[in-house]
Design a protein around this ligand. Structure first.
Ligand code: PHE
Length: 344
């Protein structure tokens, strides 16, 4: 039995000498130093040996076991160091090399303008309506009838509004104001909503006009809402969006769904108010229409105008962006010229 142990020792030491990597060392350990290896089995079966040889064989088996264990640990240290050195050498990186260039996209200036305006109104207590409550394909009912727009009003003309050929009374909305009606039909006052989206008009395209543009509608209905609230909210919006020093003016106006009505002009950024082609020589550009909600509109949606009142506004997103970033042609937003878009 002693010879058997010495044989294992010799065989194992020879094998260990030949090991060149950690993986083979792992296999070596499984073969010679595991719970089911030959040496362990010998130690387990000592009780079957004659009493006089038991201590000798036992001591030898233990000695060999410890010796192999120690040697394999030493070998492990060596191999580990060698493999680590090799890895460090191979995976060396030159931190002075230029990085890989990944082209990245940016938010479209119209989207970022909408986001900015929405955020301002959210701070002022307004919330954004759901998409179902602001469809781009509308009926005349929401786009005109419920907004008190008379049947013979020029805005209803096919010169101004896109009508659906196959379904009568269906239009591409010409304004976001229909969202006011959707909001008031869905919810009782108090109502404080804004509703951004696309609108369509049958216009001749120019530097100032496009068939498709964006508006942000706003509506506030509650008890005792008056013109002072309208002025306060919109002035605060202008201050937050354009800064306190941008000259602004309120001009009286007319809309079928508000009475009284105003338009707000902001000084032209291109000429600083001197007058240029962008502002048709006036020095001002209109950014929004607004007014006190007409009692007829409230009645139409079943809100009692003797109890409630409100104000509404609709602003042009392209105008807001043009006046902030000095963009002199509305078509720039839709051409998708990377050189233009990259600047934002
Ligand atoms: N819908 C009007 C337009 O497109 C703007 C507006 C909205 C005016 C709400 C008053 C109240 O010109």
């Amino acid at each position: 039995m002693e010879n058997k142990v010495l044989e294992i020792e010799k065989e194992a030491l020879d094998a260990l000498d030949k090991i060149e990597d950690l993986k083979s060392l792992e296999e070596f350990k499984n073969k010679y130093l595991s719970r089911s290896c030959e040496l362990t089995n010998i130690k387990k079966s000592l009780k079957d040996l004659p009493v006089e040889v038991r201590p000798k064989v036992g001591a030898l088996a233990n000695k060999v076991f410890h010796e192999l264990n120690e040697k394999s640990d030493e070998r492990y240290e060596e191999l580990y160091k060698i493999e680590l050195d090799k890895k460090l050498r191979e995976e060396k990186i030159d931190v002075t090399l230029p990085g890989t260039y990944l082209p990245y996209g940016k938010v479209h200036p119209l989207t970022s303008t909408i986001n900015e305006v929405v955020e301002i109104f959210q701070h002022l207590g307004f919330s954004v309506t759901s998409n179902e409550n602001s469809p781009e394909v509308e009926t005349e009912y929401f786009n005109f009838d419920m907004l008190n727009v008379p049947k013979e009003h020029p805005a209803r003309d096919v010169q101004d509004t896109f009508y659906c050929k196959n379904a009568s009374n269906v239009v591409l909305r010409s304004q976001t104001s229909g969202a006011q009606i959707h909001a008031m039909k869905e919810k009782k006052p108090p109502i404080r909503i804004i509703s951004p989206g696309r609108v369509y008009r049958n216009e001749n395209i120019s530097a100032r006009k496009n068939n498709l543009f964006h508006q942000i509608e706003g509506l506030y209905v509650d008890k005792n809402v008056n013109f002072g609230h309208l002025k306060g909210v919109l002035q605060e919006f202008i201050r937050l969006y354009f800064g306190a020093s941008r000259p602004t003016r309120f001009r009286s106006s007319f809309f079928p769904f508000t009475e009284p009505s105003v338009e707000i002009d902001v000084q032209c950024i291109m000429c600083g108010g001197k007058g240029c082609p962008t502002c048709s020589g006036t020095g001002w550009l209109e950014i929004l229409g607004a007014g006190i909600v007409d009692p007829n509109v409230l009645k139409g949606v079943g809100i009692d105008p003797d109890v409630y009142s409100g104000f509404a506004f609709g602003m042009g997103v392209e105008r807001l962006a043009m006046l902030k970033y000095a963009i002199d042609d509305i078509r720039s937003f839709f051409n998708n010229d990377i050189r233009f878009l990259k600047q934002f």
